[in-house]
Design a protein around this ligand. Structure first.
Ligand code: C5P
Length: 220
């Protein structure tokens, strides 16, 4: 059995796609790219330069300022990237076509030539199976209800010792869903050939097991 060397994992925030992508990458010895962090880095970069993430000129300048070499060497580890300020700025810059264009070649290079001589790559995000790597042999779309995703996010924030108000988290989640699914360019949707997994009632182990089963079916 040959393992496919490219796997994409897309879906809305908080559905568990990052967890699945990391586990698949570790399991197969593949490199992992969390593409959301690229958009978050552009969002934070825009703010750091005193710009407005919704303003194309400001966001495009921040996207062009990202250094692909330093990103490939692990430059996306800044903890600030995980915060809600970065998330909200990311979903604004992500609606600007030129920003997506700048980030596209980096993502495709990573998929075609994964760093550190890895045998393959796992990309997770919103459009990795539809736009970035439409020919990927294995694609997942990981989803869950907005309420469940907000509950998980709320718990994660409280566990980290941050303050969190559930109704606010739910509203933010829904706003980001609407922005991501209704934008004109690369809207969030499942690729036609993606395996959709609804994780509302599943834990991470069950999702991982379901994903491995699908990969085995694909490669037999
Ligand atoms: O996945 P994460 O929450 O880190 O993504 C932050 C934002 O970046 C998303 O809300 C989305 O607007 C944008 N994004 C995107 N395309 C991707 C990954 C993320 O538009 N492939």
């Amino acid at each position: 059995m040959t393992t496919p060397r490219l796997i994409t994992v897309d879906g809305p925030a908080g559905a568990g796609k990052g967890t699945l992508a990391r586990r698949l990458a570790a399991h197969f010895g593949f490199a992992h790219l969390d593409t959301g962090k690229l958009y978050r880095a552009v969002g934070l970069g825009t703010l750091a330069a005193g710009g407005d993430p919704a303003e194309p000129g400001d966001a495009i300048a921040a996207a062009r300022a990202l250094d692909p070499a330093s990103i490939a060497r692990g430059g996306l580890e800044n903890p600030e990237l995980a915060g809600d300020t970065a998330a909200s700025a990311a979903s604004k810059v992500a609606a600007i076509p030129e920003v997506r264009e700048v980030l596209l070649s980096f993502q495709r290079d990573f998929a075609q030539t994964p760093p550190d001589d890895a045998k393959g790559a796992v990309l997770d995000g919103r459009d990795t199976g539809t736009i970035v790597c439409p020919d990927a042999p294995v694609k997942f779309f990981i989803t869950a209800s907005a309420e469940e995703r907000a509950t998980r996010r709320h718990k994660e924030l409280l566990d980290r010792g941050e303050t969190s108000i559930y109704p606010r988290v739910l509203t933010d989640m829904k706003e980001r869903d609407v922005r991501d699914s209704t934008r004109a360019i690369a809207p969030l949707r499942a690729a036609d050939d993606a395996r959709t997994i609804d994780t509302s009632e599943m834990d991470a182990d069950a999702v991982f097991a379901a994903a491995l089963l699908f990969i085995a079916e694909r490669t037999d």
